[in-house]
Design a protein around this ligand. Structure first.
Ligand SMILES: [Zn+2]
Length: 57
């Protein structure tokens, strides 16, 4: 059993890379609910200072 670095719960298996949320590993739940959305956010945030330009979307 491994401990999820995000929610602190124990999970089975290999887990997932928790980056960019943190440098540890996380459970599938957190991967889908936290890590993947964060990755999307980060990849879209390359022009973060332009975020206000996207408000009209
Ligand atoms: Zn978790």
């Amino acid at each position: 059993m491994e401990t999820c670095s995000i929610c602190g719960k124990k999970y089975k298996g290999y887990g997932n890379n928790a980056r960019p949320v943190n440098d540890g590993r996380c459970c599938d739940d957190c991967n889908f609910k936290v890590v993947i959305p964060k990755r999307v956010e980060v990849s879209m945030g390359l022009g973060a200072h332009k975020k206000s330009d996207m408000k009209g979307w």
